[in-house]
Write a protein that binds this ligand. Structure first.
Ligand SMILES: Nc1ncnc2c1ncn2[C@@H]1O[C@H](COP(=O)(O)OP(=O)(O)OP(=O)(O)O)[C@@H](O)[C@H]1O
Ligand SMILES: [Mg+2]
Length: 229
């Protein structure tokens, strides 16, 4: 599903954020991404949704393959195709990023309107996503009236309402108290059990130390897992 081959990323100021990263994430997997602050976790995720690209002169490459007909190669994907790539995934951030001037229903529905879902399908799909994250009763609320945990559930509903192949989560529980963090993790496990591949960057050892899922660890831009391929 995702293949990193010798990916190096140097930011404009000459800071090398990733160094020769090679790894593979399989379809249906739940993978943790761990490592100290500044290790390169967010950079690695940005590479998957092609907000950043590998250094061209180092020959690194990322392949994202959703289906045999839907393959994105960092070397050949045009900027104009990136929206299409992102429509097949969901992304959840630490700071929720909800639209403040739209209610919960509209925040989630927008993700379907963008991908061209038929109008009559939108309501049932939004209701199902809100039910999965346990927030149906708040569907007409504005984001600023919600707690952090509630806002993150809405953000997760928005990220998965279109049944993406892949869910990327960058520190999704970083702003939540321990109970809410646990609940959000449970929701991710449920989404994964339904078939969606999940890559989750986290600092929370309660998750990765007590779970069967694989863990990729970065240290100063280098992947410590050398046995993946
Ligand atoms: N746009 C940028 N320009 C220059 N340097 C950057 C940029 N983005 C990130 N970096 C640097 O690259 C390194 C990796 O950053 P990244 O955000 O990927 O780390 P992280 O593992 O996600 O950290 P955290 O756990 O704090 O979120 C850091 O040293 C950071 O300062
Ligand atoms: Mg980060």
């Amino acid at each position: 599903m995702i293949q990193f081959s010798h990916v190096t990323k140097t930011y404009e100021d000459n800071w090398k954020a990733l160094s020769d990263v090679t790894c593979r994430i399989h379809k249906g997997e739940f993978v943790f991404l761990t490592g100290h602050s500044g290790a390169g976790k967010s950079t690695l995720l940005k590479m998957v949704y092609m907000d950043e690209r590998p250094d061209e002169d180092r020959g690194g490459q990322i392949m994202v393959k959703f289906t045999p007909d839907s393959v994105y190669d960092s070397k050949t994907t045009k900027d104009s195709s990136i929206q299409q790539l992102r429509r097949q995934m969901g992304i959840v951030f630490q700071d929720f990023k909800l639209l403040g001037d739209r209610n919960v229903f509209e925040n989630v529905a927008l993700a379907l309107r963008i991908v061209g879902t038929r109008a009559k399908d939108i309501r049932p799909m939004v209701y199902e996503a809100l039910a999965l994250v346990g927030i149906s009763q708040k569907r007409l609320s504005m984001p600023y009236t919600l707690s952090g945990g509630e806002q993150q559930r809405v953000a997760i509903a928005r990220a998965m309402v279109h049944n993406p192949y892949l869910l990327l989560a960058d520190e999704p529980t970083g702003n939540l108290d321990p109970d809410n963090a646990k609940e959000v993790f449970s929701i991710f496990k449920e989404i994964n059990a339904r078939g969606t591949t999940i890559v989750m960057a986290t600092h929370n050892p309660d998750f990765y130390l007590n779970s069967p899922f694989r863990r990729l660890t970065l240290s100063h831009g280098t992947l410590l897992n050398r046995d993946i391929l």
